[in-house]
Design a protein around this ligand. Sequence first.
Ligand code: NAP
Ligand code: MG
Length: 483
Amino acid sequence: MAEHTKNYIAGEWLEGVSDVENRNPSDLSDVIGHFAQADEAQLNRALDAAREAQIEWASYGLERRQNVLMAIGNEMMARAEELGRLLSREEGKPLAEGKGEVFRAGQFFTYYAAEVLRQIGDTADSVRPNIEIDVRREPVGTVAIVSPWNFPTATASWKIAPALAFGNAVIWKPANITPASAVALTEIISRQDIPKGLFNLVMGSGSSIGQKLVESTGINAVSFTGSVPVGRQVAAAAATNFTKIQLEMGSKNALAVMDDADLDLAVACALNGAFGGTGQKCTASSRLIVHDAIHDAFVEKLVAGAEAMVVDNALKEGTQLGPVVSGEQLQGNLDYVALAKEEGCDLLTGGGRLERATEGFYMAPTVFAGTSNAMRVNREEMFAPIACVIKVGSYDEALATVNDTSFGLTSGIMTRSLARANHFRRNAKTGCVMVNLPTAGTDYHVPFGGRGESSYGPREQGTYAQEFYTTVKTAYIASGTPE
Ligand code: NAP
Ligand code: MG
């Protein structure tokens, strides 16, 4: 195990200059390991190695590159149980979600394995005689990947897989709070047929090594998923060097529940969207915008559903809600509960820390009613198992409320009316729209991203990812005049 707590730099597993302790948020007595922290010299070594390795990787035959991605994906899917357990142990999501995440991460690799072959460009005739034009995509070069803790394996994989598929080298800085999943994925990648230095794992805190990485002129692009304030810093650093950027940040997603909704389905979607992953999802339904005519019945069932949820150790059979990821995150959540009360919201259930057989950061799923969209709890991302119900009098008011936010990742509507569903789908100002589905839960073969403060730069996932991971070359070829 000791070997598997190191950084992977220039094709070697290296000790750090210091290390961080990784504890299980479901059981604070369980230490998962001590993980190496890289310094600037090691980062520079990774950057130098990546530059060389990328050239070799891009010259591999397409099928050789495809085989690498396929092998990574297949191994992750085959080991989803084992790696999912490790993920759940360090992040705190229930075992089924941990396994599901690793399996999905594997699917990103097998999907992009196929994309390796789809390197198809355009041709054109020049406006000048005897000249033809060839337009094709080339790798951007070295891509910095900075990822968050809430989907430690999936988020990283939906960046790493296209980065490699399109011929790039990678420097990965994972969230320091979930390093074990990062090392596990790196270990799989390290055993593949890739040039030394093509893929580098550089662990350390965001403010030190993360900042150094995104400021470096040794990278050509940075794909970041995390919070808005850090996203702004990444954007500022990248702009200085004209580094290409892709930012996926926070959100304040709303689920609109109309008077003609299937009540039980609406409650199930709200519970799933608001409390899945302990509310720590960028796609979480933290605003529940409910039509007056269905409000009381909806709220009654929502509260009953929240109270029936099993909150416990993520690794325990039957757990539906694991702990919050850290003590700091839990304190932040409790501060939001206090703020909601100050702002005049009615606490209907939850609101506090829970004790379980193992000491962990457990919090009860929390529902506030009587909230208004102007309140801070409805404007700021909480990233917590807290849902706020906003009562509205009409569909038009619901749509306006959904759109009244600085974010714009996902939104959803619960309705039996096709006309309303279609109107909503066309007019919700979010990157993803869900009809009679939770706001969380997306596929891997289609674009994912948002608007406003939720996203910046080209879309992630599906074929759309090539926009970010490649650069376009336009070649003019003169044939001369035939003899
Ligand atoms: P975060 O604090 O912004 O951190 C994200 C990553 O950035 C971590 O790896 C972090 O490292 C690193 N980082 C921190 N400061 C940095 C700096 N100055 N320069 C470079 N890197 C830096 O976010 P988080 O708390 O991990 O994750 C929660 C946030 O992610 C939420 O806002 C959530 O909405 C968002 N999220 C968005 C999506 C999406 O697709 N839109 C998906 C998942 C999560 P350390 O953690 O090691 O300090
Ligand atoms: Mg953080």
